[in-house]
Ligand binder design. Structure first.
Ligand SMILES: *[C@@H]1O[C@H](CO)[C@@H](O)[C@H](O)[C@H]1NC(C)=O
Length: 234
């Protein structure tokens, strides 16, 4: 009796460990675009080929990975506009996200890719593969904050400095703009990603997801330049 209880406890522990590793499960999403340097843009966050690319104020990739974040006073490194989402086809999109997984740290998720299957809202059943480029102090566990221009700046804002966006960013600080036509006034390089939200993403409002870690598509790592050690993007 005691022995079988122990076995059950061990099994529960082993099952729990897989969840704690945070590589699959169910989670939530939000959206943002703050124009800041992503946290996976710093050396030493994870074992990777190189940190994700950041860009200068004019959207040119920076060679200096140590350039300070434009969301801090005097910083010169911004999020590159090509870290915007796009539709592969009607059922699949690619993009980038700030991530926080239960029981993990940035070393386990920076530059990893996750296949999200939306489980609620207008996009239910559609899938999106995101590469983790960032995290956030205000994220909960198993939380994917999807990067989409016009999604709201959140806590930090370099968009006013970089693009002349309104003081609290485009639209509401949390949630951003509310109609596709507002994308018309965006910088040219952010328009397509802004419109994606109202086209492929159907204006969904923070849909839930199930997620699993997948090998990164090369189309994503080609944009960030960041590949986790031991992984070969496909
Ligand atoms: C969308 O693209 C993916 C990846 O190329 C493919 O596996 C899937 O079958 C496509 N879906 C549709 C509906 O075309």
């Amino acid at each position: 009796m005691l022995v079988s209880f122990q076995n059950i406890a061990l099994l529960a522990l082993a099952t729990g460990a897989a969840v704690v590793n945070g590589q699959s499960g169910s989670g939530k999403t939000t959206r943002y675009w703050d124009c800041c340097k992503g946290s996976c843009g710093w050396s030493g966050k994870a074992q990777v080929s190189q940190p994700i690319k950041s860009c200068d104020k004019s959207d040119n990739p920076l060679a200096d990975m140590a350039a300070s974040n434009a969301c801090e006073s005097g910083g010169s490194a911004y999020m590159c506009t090509n870290q915007s989402p796009w539709a592969v086809n009607d059922s699949l999109a690619y993009g980038f996200a700030a991530v926080k997984l239960a029981g993990g740290t940035e070393s386990s998720w920076c530059c990893a890719c996750y296949k999200l299957t939306f489980t609620s809202g207008a996009v239910k059943g559609q899938q999106m593969i995101v590469q983790a480029t960032n995290t956030g102090g205000d994220l909960g566990n198993n939380h994917f904050d999807l990067a989409m221009p016009g999604g709201g700046v959140g806590i930090y804002n370099a968009c006013t400095n970089q693009w002349g966006a309104p003081a609290n960013g485009w639209g509401a600080q949390y949630g951003g703009i509310s109609s596709r036509s507002e994308c018309d006034s965006f910088p040219e390089k952010l328009k397509a990603g802004c419109q994606w939200r109202f086209d492929w993403f159907k204006g969904a409002d923070n849909p839930d997801v199930s997620f699993e870690k997948v090998t990164c598509p090369k189309a994503l790592t080609d944009k960030t330049g960041c590949v986790r050690d031991g992984e070969t993007p496909t």
